[in-house]
Design a protein around this ligand. Structure first.
Ligand code: CLF
Length: 297
């Protein structure tokens, strides 16, 4: 039975460069930056700064409309034969900026029916859209979960917008936590493969991520991806992390080793931009600037 189950899962991940370590040597992903609006503020996130040489989540050179995104996808698909996944990973939140995400995926699915669709979200708006995700055949979802304790969360998230209201502090982190867990449980019920990304922030949530790992395992997450905080003075003013240091590679590895054996661990993440194109680590987004792409769909 296990062999059968493993074979079925392999079929679903074998050409996804993030969900399968082997696949990332052969298959490419493309992010379309169609979702600029965001419903939470993370202390570590600065989306305003963009340098085309840098690879960092939340960063995109140009934000696209769904029509522009479709044009770009078709242009890239004709030139990058390894392309197997189209993802919406911001630069804001794909589930909050939902209409644009849906319009983009509908266009892509119509023109390239066999391409995989992938989405990355902070999880706050996710529970409202799980049925539609399933209806659109989205089989790969990533939720960024940095805490399961609102006290820790209050150090990471200064505010959230939920139900047209703004919440702050522990109340905000508590709502976010509940929505993230609910979203994960609903995805698991639907059989959608869910990866959890966690940003390791020394002194804030580094030791706490062991507990996060337990919670997500108990709720059926397929994979856990712990990534180091990226925070440099050159990225401009961060919302609330002045003086925060990034983890050293040995600290990240020690945490990953400690988590190994629970949920499958991702160790090949490249912390992509919201407009990344190509094999992981071999980014080609500058080849496909929108002004170089034909206007015909
Ligand atoms: Fe993009 Fe994310 Fe889908 Fe991959 S990235 S939406 S799951 S197709 Fe991949 Fe990039 Fe790491 Fe994300 S390497 S940041 S894990």
């Amino acid at each position: 039975v296990t062999d059968d189950k493993d074979a079925r899962i392999w079929e679903r991940i074998k050409d996804h460069p993030c969900f399968s370590e082997q696949a990332h040597h052969y298959f490419a992903r493309m992010h379309v930056a169609v979702a600029p609006a965001c419903n939470i503020q993370c202390n570590y996130c600065n989306r305003k700064y963009d340098c085309t040489n840098e690879s960092r989540p939340g960063v995109a050179s140009v934000k696209l409309t769904p029509d522009q995104a479709l044009r770009k996808v078709l242009a890239v698909a004709s030139k990058v034969p390894e392309l197997s996944v189209i993802g919406v990973a911001g630069p804001g939140d794909a589930c909050y900026d939902w209409r644009k995400t849906v319009a983009t995926f509908e266009g892509v699915a119509r023109e390239i029916p066999d391409i995989k669709l992938c989405i990355s979200t902070n999880g706050l708006a996710l529970p409202d859209h799980v049925d539609e995700l399933a209806d659109m055949n989205i089989d790969h979802v990533t939720i960024t979960i940095n805490m399961v304790d609102p006290e820790v969360g209050a150090k990471i998230y200064p505010w959230i917008i939920h139900g047209h209201r703004r919440y702050t502090g522990i109340e905000a982190a508590g709502i976010l936590h509940e929505r993230q867990m609910l979203g994960l449980e609903l995805l698991t019920k639907r059989g959608i493969l869910t990866k959890i990304n966690s940003v390791m922030i020394p002194g804030v949530n580094d030791t706490h991520l062991v507990e996060v790992n337990r919670w997500i395992r108990d709720r059926g997450a397929f994979m856990h991806n712990v990534v180091p905080l990226i925070s440099k003075p050159t990225h401009g003013t961060y919302y609330g992390l002045t003086g925060q240091r990034c983890p050293e590679p040995f600290e990240l590895k020690a945490l990953q080793d400690c988590l190994d054996g629970n949920v499958k661990l991702m160790r090949h993440c490249q912390q992509c931009r919201a407009d990344a194109i190509g094999l992981l680590g071999d980014d080609r987004e500058r080849e496909f600037a929108l002004d170089q792409i034909s206007t015909k769909v």
